[in-house]
Design a protein around this ligand. Structure first.
Ligand SMILES: [Zn+2]
Length: 403
């Protein structure tokens, strides 16, 4: 997803529009407008209605009908996402946001369930909403007076699309709901990570078939979708494998304790700091002022300072003061999520009282992962040291989307 902006909130969940949504909405409206006569034929056939294409095809009517139908469709997608969200909230998982974008809607859970029943209910809640909407709209078609051609057209179109949406979402690949349902069912009697790996394999196979079909049919939307599913399946299994490899490891187990850390003062000049970095082979230091944590300074912070300015620029001028921190007894995985989602190399470990307890770097986590993978459950494929080396490229840790 690219840039998104908030348009409001429902049940305290921020609803966002991605810029790609603004692109797809008129395209959708236009595609519907363009196919009005075929759609009328199809609706008459399926619903046994007697719509007249002519009034729907006159003047701006196709575009108006197309736009209303497209908006209605995205409203239905939003309700589908709300279905997931409300189920998740019921189990105590807060929702960060619901975003409408190019490929539909995405509900972002701040944390994902590892209990198969909860996963199952949350995953299936969206398609259930879509089926309910589809059936409700289907019945409504027969309640609208026959003179309202355009209204019947839109309601019938949305009834069909909701059912298509539910069916499509039950396809067995991440990040679609069917992938999660499959994983939940596989996780009934085996570890979550193993179930994820199996579900991801099914998803990848499915993505390959979809991609092949898309190529043969010259359908670029299918190809894009296949690629998206393939990447999501890979990310999902890696995410869970990492989680499994770090299972039971706390931040304190892998951090460099404060006593062994080199810290710098905010008054240190940048040229002295660079000397220290070179000597100690560390590219980031906590900044301590009078016993308190003042910030963190890294090589990136000083990169832009020209050599002649380094003598009269001090650490306080360049350091980062908005700090991402973890606590010593947090799960190590939480530290990894911090590093990934903020794209930083190190995170400070701070006690409840606000004192510096230590520092966790990506290297610390990679080391722990290598050990964890040897120790971890057999059958978890993606947790090997070769994956540990890829910690830098774990896209899914940024929070996994849910359709
Ligand atoms: Zn869904």
């Amino acid at each position: 997803m690219f840039k998104s902006f908030k348009i409001g909130s429902i049940y305290g969940i921020p609803i966002k529009l991605d810029v790609t949504f603004l692109l797809i909405l008129p395209i959708f409206a236009w595609v519907i407008a363009w196919q009005v006569d075929q759609l009328v034929e199809m609706i008459d056939l399926i619903f046994g209605t007697d719509l007249h294409a002519n009034p729907l095809e006159e003047g701006y009517m196709p575009l108006i009908v197309g736009l209303v139908a497209a908006l209605g469709l995205f409203a239905c997608v939003l309700l589908h996402e709300l279905g997931h969200s409300i189920a998740a909230i019921r189990y105590g998982f807060p929702i960060e946001s619901i975003t409408l974008w190019l490929l539909g809607g995405v509900a972002q859970l701040s944390e994902n369930p590892t209990n198969w029943r909860q996963e199952l209910v949350i995953a299936i809640a969206g398609p259930i909403v879509s089926v309910a909407l589809g059936v409700g709209l289907w019945v409504s078609v027969y309640l609208i007076p026959t003179a309202y051609n355009a209204t019947i057209f839109i309601v019938a179109y949305l009834a069909l699309m909701n059912l298509v949406l539910a069916a499509f979402n039950m396809l067995p690949g991440f990040p679609m709901d069917g992938g999660r349902v499959l994983r939940a069912l596989l996780a009934r009697n085996q570890p979550f990570a193993v179930a994820t790996a199996q579900a991801a394999r099914v998803g990848k196979l499915f993505a390959l078939m979809l991609g092949l079909f898309g190529l043969l049919a010259f359908n670029f939307i299918l190809i894009a979708l296949a690629l998206f599913i393939y990447i999501a399946a890979t990310g999902e299994s890696r995410y869970v494998a990492l989680q499994a490899a770090l299972e039971g490891v706390q931040v304190r187990d892998l951090m460099t304790p404060a006593a062994e850390l080199d810290v710098v003062s905010p008054e240190l000049t940048v040229d002295r700091l660079l000397e220290l970095m070179y000597r100690e082979r560390h590219t980031g230091f906590p900044v301590i002022d009078d016993g308190h944590i003042a910030g963190i300074v890294t090589l990136d912070d000083v990169r832009t300072i020209s050599p002649e300015d380094r003598q009269h620029t001090v650490v306080a001028d360049v350091m980062t003061t908005e700090l991402e921190t973890v606590k010593p007894d947090d799960e190590a995985f939480a530290a990894l999520e911090q590093l990934q989602s903020n794209d930083i190399g190190r995170v400070l470990v701070v006690t409840d009282r606000g004192d510096l307890a230590g520092l966790v770097t990506r290297t610390d986590i990679v080391r722990s992962l290598s050990i964890g993978s040897v120790r971890a459950v057999r059958d978890i494929p993606a947790a090997g040291p070769e994956q540990a080396a890829e910690v830098d490229s774990v896209p899914a840790v940024e929070g996994r989307p849910r359709w």
